[in-house]
Structure formats: C-alpha cells, structure tokens
Design a protein around this ligand. Structure first.
Ligand code: HXC
Length: 517
C-alpha cells in the first residue's frame, strides 16, 4: 500500500515553507550585503549530500504580542549533522531572515538538541551565530533558553570541540554562548559582538564610543582577545572551520588526526642555523622557526593579532598534530605579560584536553616589568601558565632557543614543570636573569667604586655570561636532556613525539584543580 498523495503533498508543502525560511527577498538582501543565508553556511560547511536536519518542522508556542497565529519557519535556527572531510560534525545556524534569528524557547531546544547529539555521538559542534538575541516576545522563556544553551556549552567543554562563528549580531548575554566555546571566528564586516552597545554605554556612563571600537572583529581580535580568527567573509569563516577541524580529534577520548607514515625521514634544515642572530639581543621571527618545523610549513596560527609577544597555533611534525607555543622576540622582546599568559595558558589547556602534544619554543627574557602589569595582576595571570603546563599530561617537548630567564624559564615548560624532553640550542642561556641585571645586583659595591663603571660592568657581565649564559650548566644538571644544532630540531622533535605517543601519566583523582582565574 503506497502513501496517499494527500499525505505526501502535505509533507512537501510543509518542507517547502520551512526550507524557504524568511523568503527569497530576505535572502537577496543578504546576498547584496555579501552574506550567506543560514542554510548556505551549513551547505559550505558540510560535504554535499551529507546534511541531515532535525527540527525542520519546529514551531514556537508563544501566545503574546500577536504571536499566536504567526508561523516562524524552523523557529529561526537550522540544526543537524553532516560530514566534514569524511568525519561527522554537528551544527546549528541561526537564521537572521526569520525574526532576526532571535532565540525563543523552541529555538533554544533545537540548539540544545544539536549540543546533546554532539556529546552523545562524540563529534565536534559548529555554531553560526547571527541573531537579535533573546526573542523579546518570549520573555523569560527566551532567557531560560539561553541558560540551557550555556549549561550545555559548559558540559561539552573538554568533551567535544566547540567552534563558534560570529556571522552577524551577537548582542548582550547571547555573546556568552560563543564565549564558552573553544574557538571563535568572526567575520570582518558583518558581525558585531558586545554586552552593552555604544548607546547603552553612553546612557549609563557618558562614554562615547563606536561599534568599531568595542564590538568589531578587529577590536575583539586585537584588543579584547575574545576571538581567535578574523574571517574576511562567510566563505572564509567556513574555510577556517575546515582547517581548524583538520587538526582536532572528534572528542576527548580520541587522538587528533595524525598523518603517520611508518618511516620517519626528516632532513636537517640548515636555514635554522642561520636564522638566529649572533647578538642575543637581536630579535628574530619565531614564525620562521615554526614554519621550518611544521610539515609543509603548514601552520594555523591562533589569535594572531592578540598578545603577539607569544605565538600559538597548530601544525604537524613528522605527521603528528602538535600545538606550538613560542615566545616572539620581535614583539616586546618576547616577554610574558598578562595577555600573553592568558593566551598561552588557555591554548595549553585546550591541547591537553584534546590529546594534542605541545611543542614549546623558548626565547624569553622574563615577565614584562611595569607598574600596570603588577597592579593588573601579572602574578595571577602568569601563574596560569605554570598551572596549565604543570597540569598538562600530553607529551610536552621544549626547545630552548636562546634566553630562558627566571620565572619565565619555568613558565615556558621547563623540565621541572613536567616537560618530557627539553632540548637546547648552543645559543641557549638559562639564568635567573640577564647578565646586565645580575651584575648590577651582585656587584653593586664594586661597580660603585670602579673608575670606569661601564667598562667594569661589561667585564663583569661577560664573566657572568661565560659562567651562566650557556646551556651546558643546565645540561650538566640534567635540566636539559640534549643540546642540538638548530638544523637538527625538527628530527629531534619528531623522534621525541613518536617515542611519546603512548605516554600515560596519571594524577591523584580530584574534581578539578583550582587554576588562578
Ligand atoms: C524579537 C527580533 C529581535 C529580538 C530582531 N528582531 N531582534 N524579534 N526579538 N530580540 C526582529 C525584528 O523585529 C525584525 O523583524 C527582524 O528581526 C530583523 O530586525 P531588524 O531590526 O529589522 O534588523 P536590523 O536593522 O539589521 O537590526 C538588527 C539588530 C536589531 C541590531 C539586531 O534588530 C536589534 O537591535 N535587535 C534587538 C537586539 C537586542 O537588544 N536583543 C536583546 C539582547 S539581550 P521583522 O518582522 O520586521 O522582519 C539578550 C539577552 C540574552 O539577548 C540573555 C542571556 C542571559
């Protein structure tokens, strides 16, 4: 017995209405502004023919403000699963064309269903945020919906990767859902994210500002540090999602997608020997080192524009996915400050929770001196790095390229902080502080009495350097496992990574540590 035509037609009619969303006119308006529709975003994310939608026929149940008779196709959000590079991924995409993508009770339930599916199936989840926020007509139902989404964002954290694309407005408390996820990608022209907009700020505080200054992708990428990537447009945002997923495991019980060949054939890179300037105070770009180490020079830098004195990101070495953390000598001399500490510590914790080995490259003169840093809490923030590294149980490999002074030496994953393998270049200097600072303290009296103070200071600094500013003292005390030529770095790391593939490290059971926040 075949299905009746009436029933079949009814389904097709309903499907069409739901799939049309806000209608052709709204879709055209979006295209005119260089934006994709909610469905097009999912179409770009998933391999063709793999998207399975759920909740297509969802309807709101609001009775207030003339809503009783109003139909809201899909309730303003498209949810489902599909495949990205052959791997299953869950996603939701808010449809600004349908009541401004505003979030009501059913809209929230759909997002929650996508998140629940992601955790159950052990797959990453990608959310496209493009919404006027809490649906005003639904009052507390909308607020409660946000609460349920936030609650799940937290439950998923550390279980499956969560990636947010901010592709339109993301206002008020709504911004906290993406903020609870692992990576935020924001489109340059069409997205705004803020808790209080310029109008509210002016009304409450009298301060005059602009959306560009407080809520743009540029502001969040370079000043607030709220986002990880700027995308030029929706298509570019989807490309970044694809690239990011290519380095991530589907869940915390899996290894990341290593590309391991049985034979490890890595040739030395003599260019690295040349890269390091003879004068230890002359900066060099650590990205050059990272690109030399990463297979095919393929390095996905994360938070490129924020706290540029530290560089973080993903790549592969000898086929194994790694997270790179490197001081950047060209910015603030590579010192660690509050923002750099926050940036690196969070990244280390992400890598740890998703089984991604960490490669740390060190050239650090110390924590950034300054009244503002001390008053804003560099102690608390710097402690995050110590905490993150010491609690990470993934393979940790550290290469000391040049300076590694004081607390920053420890904060950059020294042997004492749990590094599994520490290698140093012959240019490495491990000391409590730099030579000039040290002689000023050690020889204050001699310098005061010296006839030619600068000459005496130089002589003492040279002596200090000869004694302390080499890797051999540390290697003698086994704080460094080997001293290598820069050109040998990639093969040394690759071999270490292979050797550590089955690393297991157990700690005493506890609810969670108390990281200084
Ligand atoms: C209901 C909404 C809506 C909302 C937009 N719309 N936001 N409907 N609730 N929150 C509807 C509009 O009525 C309109 O419907 C359609 O979406 C498109 O909106 P426009 O205003 O025409 O678009 P545009 O000019 O592009 O402006 C976009 C906007 C603006 C800047 C986002 O709509 C706006 O300011 N919305 C309110 C933002 C806000 O304050 N939200 C609450 C944030 S606080 P029609 O039918 O005309 O197409 C929040 C609390 C969360 O979210 C708390 C969590 C703890």
């Amino acid at each position: 017995m075949a299905i009746s035509k009436t029933l079949s037609d009814e389904l097709e009619k309903r499907r069409k209405i739901a799939l049309d969303g806000g209608g052709a006119k709204k879709a055209e308006d979006r295209h005119a502004k260089g934006r994709m529709t909610a469905r097009e975003r999912l179409g770009g994310l998933f391999s063709e023919g793999t998207f399975q939608e759920f909740g297509l026929h969802a309807q709101h149940n609001t009775r207030y403000f003339g809503m009783a008779d109003k139909s809201i196709p899909t309730d303003g959000v498209i949810c489902g699963t599909g495949f990205v590079d052959g791997r299953p991924v869950a996603a939701f995409s808010q449809d600004f064309g349908v009541v401004g993508g505003s979030l009501g009770e059913i809209h929230a339930k759909k997002i929650c269903a996508a998140l629940d599916h992601a955790v159950k199936a052990g797959v990453p989840v990608v959310g496209f945020n493009d919404s006027g926020g809490a649906r005003i007509q639904e009052g507390v139902g909308a607020l409660s919906g946000y609460g349920q989404v936030f609650y799940r964002n937290v439950q998923l954290s550390g279980v499956v990767p969560q990636i947010s694309v901010i592709a339109g407005p993301c206002a008020g408390g709504a911004a906290y859902s993406p903020a609870l996820t692992d990576f935020l990608i924001m489109t340059r022209e069409n997205a705004q994210m803020f808790i209080c907009g310029p109008e509210v700020i002016r009304a409450v505080t009298g301060q005059v500002t602009t959306m560009e200054e407080i809520g743009s992708a540029q502001a969040h990428a370079s000043v607030s540090g709220n986002i990880h990537f700027i995308a030029e447009n929706d298509q570019h945002a989807v490309q970044i999602v694809h690239k990011l997923l290519s380095f991530l495991p589907s869940n915390n019980m899996m290894d990341p997608p290593h590309h391991i060949e049985p034979d490890l054939k890595i040739v030395d890179d003599p260019a690295l020997d040349e890269l390091v300037p003879a004068d230890s105070k002359t900066p060099f770009d650590c990205r050059e080192v990272i690109k030399s180490l990463a297979d095919d020079g393929d390095f996905l830098e994360v938070m490129e524009h924020f706290a540029a004195n530290i560089v973080i990101g993903f790549g592969r070495i000898g086929g194994m996915v790694v997270g790179f953390v490197s001081n950047q000598p060209t910015v603030k001399a590579g010192t660690l400050d509050i923002d750099a500490s926050d940036k690196a510590a969070r990244f280390v914790r992400f890598c740890n929770v998703y089984n991604i080995p960490i490669v740390t490259l060190v050239d650090v003169p110390g924590f950034l001196p300054g009244v503002a840093e001390e008053r804003r809490g560099i102690i608390r923030h710097g402690a995050k790095m110590l905490f993150a590294y010491a609690s990470a149980t993934v393979p940790k490999i550290t290469v000391i390229m040049r300076k590694a002074y004081g607390g920053a030496y420890l904060a950059m994953c020294s042997e004492d902080m749990g590094a599994d393998r520490v290698m140093a270049w012959p240019t490495a200097e491990i000391a409590v502080m730099g030579a000039e600072g040290a002689v000023n303290i050690l020889y204050r009296k001699e310098l005061k009495e010296a006839e030619d103070k600068p000459a005496k200071a130089k002589e003492l600094a040279d002596e200090y350097r000869k004694e302390f500013a080499t890797p051999y003292l540390s290697a003698g005390r086994l704080a460094i496992h080997d001293i290598i030529q820069p050109r040998e770095t990639k093969s040394a790391i690759a071999l270490s990574l292979r050797g550590l593939m089955s690393k297991r490290e157990t700690r005493p059971p506890k609810k969670h540590g108390n990281i200084p926040l």
